[in-house]
Design a protein around this ligand. Structure first.
Ligand SMILES: Cc1cc2nc3c(=O)[nH]c(=O)nc-3n(C[C@H](O)[C@H](O)[C@H](O)COP(=O)(O)OP(=O)(O)OC[C@H]3O[C@@H](n4cnc5c(N)ncnc54)[C@H](O)[C@@H]3O)c2cc1C
Length: 383
């Protein structure tokens, strides 16, 4: 019999537990989670603030699911991994022994060292409790500023705009989401934001944050009774680092999600495979499944997929996948009343696309992108 311990109850940890139970139904299996909610669909946090009150409707499974699979949820914080003794010490003072350990500790928000980043009106969104705190602040706020114009920042801005707040987004870069949008697509998103009353300010550097908003370098004040910091994430690797497990920006894993230490696996936002940490939901689930299967004695390889960026905000859909505006690529644009599509071809093969508006067809176009379909095939699909 094994004793499995998983640190972290996000998508990676829960998927790992589920994969273990598909192979090993009898051994003890515990997920240590430092959140008090049942594991939930984290991407929903910026997609519907109002859904999260004292309860959390985004739970991945109900309590009965964990009971039926004999997965113990231990609501505690893992403080230290002792590799020689094969135990994990917990904040409550107790400890858990393991024969197989899976680290799925995810990531946390990066908080830039702006003066005032720790003010009472500033929130960065990673957990349900962050949304609960923001909702409390918003009750007495007429305006909100978001620092960071990535997908999560714009989704948060849109949620607050729908609540009737005067909302600004402050982006340090001169262009919006430059890896995912070309110049025309960025212009469309900026005009949608304007139509919807969301003020996006590009090339704007934050100097400090106060109770009335964000002061930019140069001195102008962007009003924000509430301020959301959305400036990227950092992998949670301190437990692994302190235990002597090999880490770079995240915990280094191979295609079986094995770390540098036997019987210790890592997956999801805390793991780095092939020099890269994707930091997205489907990858966390896929890596968790691989880690769990292999920890339980199976043999499963991680197969990386093409990544896509999706957003549903500002009254429109946005989907971007593959290489956008790369050197030597030819572009083609299709525009209908419901959707704007920009296709990129390299050597006559589809290598990237952007869709704005009704993005339903993006899911069908993605497999064509993965296999580098020809212009004729793409045109036939989009007809
Ligand atoms: C607001 C928001 C919106 C997002 N939107 C999208 C989206 O639209 N599409 C997409 O693909 N991705 C999105 N993501 C990213 C996606 O949610 C993550 O990639 C995914 O949740 C990572 O899963 P994970 O299990 O690796 O880590 P996490 O979800 O971070 O879970 C790790 C868990 O481990 C816990 N933990 C950490 N350390 C310890 C410890 N020492 N002891 C006990 N517990 C610990 C953490 O509290 C957390 O509960 C979004 C993320 C956020 C925050």
């Amino acid at each position: 019999m094994e004793s499995y311990v998983i640190i972290g109850g996000g998508n990676a940890g829960v998927s790992a537990a589920q994969a273990i139970r598909e192979i090993d139904k009898a051994s003890s299996l515990c997920i240590i989670t430092d959140e008090h909610d049942l594991p939930y669909r984290r991407p929903m946090l910026t997609k519907n603030f109002s859904g999260i009150d004292s309860s959390n409707p985004y739970a991945m499974h109900d309590e009965a699911w964990y009971e039926a699979l004999a997965i113990e949820l231990c609501h505690d914080s893992a403080l230290r991994i002792d590799l020689a003794g094969k135990t994990v010490s917990l904040a409550s003072g107790s400890s858990r022994s393991f024969s197989k350990l899976i680290i799925a500790s995810g990531s946390r928000c990066f908080i830039p060292p702006f003066a005032g980043s720790d003010s009472a009106n500033v929130v960065s969104i990673r957990k349900t409790d962050d949304v609960r705190r923001l909702s409390g602040i918003l009750k007495d706020s007429a305006s909100a500023a978001v620092i960071g114009g990535g997908v999560l920042g714009i989704e948060a801005a849109w949620e607050m705009r729908k609540m009737g707040k005067a909302v600004s987004v402050i982006e340090a870069a001169p262009a919006l989401m430059p890896r995912n949008l070309d110049r025309d697509a960025a212009a469309i998103i900026l005009s949608k934001a304007k139509e919807q009353g969301v003020n996006i300010i590009l090339a704007a550097k934050t100097a400090s944050i106060g109770t009335d908003g964000v002061t930019l370098e140069g001195g102008s004040l962007v009003p924000g009774d509430a301020v959301v910091l959305s400036c990227g994430v950092r992998s949670n690797i301190s437990l692994a680092q302190e235990a002597g497990i090999a880490c770079d920006r995240a915990i280094i894993v191979d295609d079986h999600m094995r770390t540098s230490v036997p019987d210790v696996y890592a997956c999801g936002d805390c793991a780095q495979y092939s020099g890269f940490c994707a930091g997205i939901w489907p990858v966390a689930g896929a890596e968790g499944k691989v880690a769990g299967t292999n920890a339980a004695g199976g043999d499963c390889l991680y197969a990386p997929k093409a990544y896509a960026m999706m957003m549903n905000a500002l009254g429109t859909g946005l989907y971007s996948a593959g290489k956008i505006a790369s050197e030597g690529a030819q572009s083609k644009t299709i525009e209908t009343p419901s959707v704007w599509i920009r296709l990129y071809y390299t050597d006559s093969k589809l290598t990237g696309f952007i869709m704005i508006g009704d993005t339903k067809k993006a899911f069908g176009l993605s497999p064509l992108l993965e296999r580098g379909a020809s212009e004729e095939e793409v045109s036939a699909f989009l007809k």
